[in-house]
Design a protein around this ligand. Structure first.
Ligand SMILES: [Zn+2]
Length: 343
């Protein structure tokens, strides 16, 4: 261990009583033994089953309570209530609704008797939403030159070297993510259909079907939450459309799983995609909790901000980062000493 590492660990012990909080929510996406080949330089969405198990062990050895989102809600609103008052807790969550959550994550959680939640973007099992982030990687990796005929003019991208592929992915991702809802279908057509790519191929291959979601939901260890309908960044939508994404996904999921869906995850979940308006909409829509990707630990004060709970992006944390994160040193720096990020 280097001196810097040792210093950081010591410092994290010092800030832990103030910044370590009472618990943590972890965000995952996919669990797969063989992660797909992707364009370099972007945030990782995949962990191996082995890595997931290491993370479970990490919290087991630290004597954590593994809790569901309902239990997390209860502990936040009623801190003096039953059970585990002085024990720290951790909640595992998965975004989007990938089929590997059933194939690889579920058996692991079952073996360890650990509850977890899957936030489903309801248009994936409807086979209506496009999993463009994986389609885009395949398109860029398979080509050395790409030309697009966009409504605002043509775009030609060289995609030969790694650097060019990274740059092309950056440009096209920004377009796909932040285009208006009205122009979105035209954009999908120009980027994918025109290049012979079936828009729903990845949705069918990689995401859970309704039947599989029902199977998972029937196990008390699993919480099915909502991740909107179409996985748009809600902040760029009209208020009416954002409300529809938040509310209609809830009722569709409830209808399919036959039980209340009371937890929500904002698509993407950073400042550019979810803010005060979205927090208010989630609250009005009757969710008990809603999670962002704000990088922080949980504190008793989050009882007043149940629609803006923070999460750690688990695959992004190295072995050393885990301790620095849960002790609060990394979040402290990230949030400039604020413990609760409400904006
Ligand atoms: Zn997502």
């Amino acid at each position: 261990m280097t001196l810097t590492t040792r210093l950081k660990l010591t410092l994290s012990q010092v800030v832990k009583p103030v910044y370590g909080g009472i618990g943590h929510i972890l965000m995952f996406h996919r669990v797969t033994p063989v992660p797909p080949v992707r364009v370099k330089g972007q945030s990782r969405l995949e962990v191996t089953p082995q890595r997931l198990e290491e993370i479970i062990h990490f919290f087991q050895t630290r004597n954590y309570d593994f809790i569901s989102l309902d239990e997390l809600h209860t502990r936040l609103i009623n801190p003096s209530g039953s059970g585990g008052k002085n024990r720290k807790f951790v909640a595992f969550t998965f975004d989007d609704g990938y089929v590997d959550n059933l194939l690889y994550a579920y058996p692991l959680f079952k073996r360890h008797n650990v509850p977890f939640a899957i936030y489903v973007a309801a248009s994936f099992p409807q086979r209506e939403a496009v999993l463009w982030w994986y389609l885009l990687d395949d398109l860029i990796l398979a080509n050395d030159l790409l030309t697009f005929d966009f409504f605002d003019g043509p775009l030609i991208l060289e995609t030969r070297s790694d650097e060019q592929k990274i740059q092309a992915a950056r440009i096209l991702r920004a377009r796909l993510k932040f285009t208006s809802k009205q122009q979105y279908p035209t954009l999908l057509d120009a980027i994918f259909t025109k290049h012979g790519i079936d828009l729903l191929a990845k949705t069918e291959q990689l995401t859970l079907s309704w039947e599989q979601i029902q199977q998972l939901s029937s196990d008390p260890l699993v919480t099915i939450g909502s991740h909107s309908l179409h996985h748009f960044p809600l902040k760029i939508l009209s208020e009416e459309d954002a409300r529809e994404e938040i509310m209609a996904s809830k009722s569709l999921l409830e209808q399919k799983v036959g039980k209340p869906v009371e937890h929500f995850a904002y698509p993407y979940g950073e400042h550019r995609e979810a803010g005060l308006r979205e927090f208010e909409l989630a609250r009005q829509s009757g969710y008990k909790t809603a999670v962002t990707t704000r990088f922080a630990n949980l504190f008793p004060g989050h009882a007043g901000h149940l629609e803006a709970l923070p999460r750690f992006d688990a695959p992004a944390l190295s072995d050393q980062d885990w301790v620095l994160a849960i002790n609060g040193l990394l979040p402290l720096r990230h949030n400039r000493f604020k413990r609760i990020v409400t904006e």
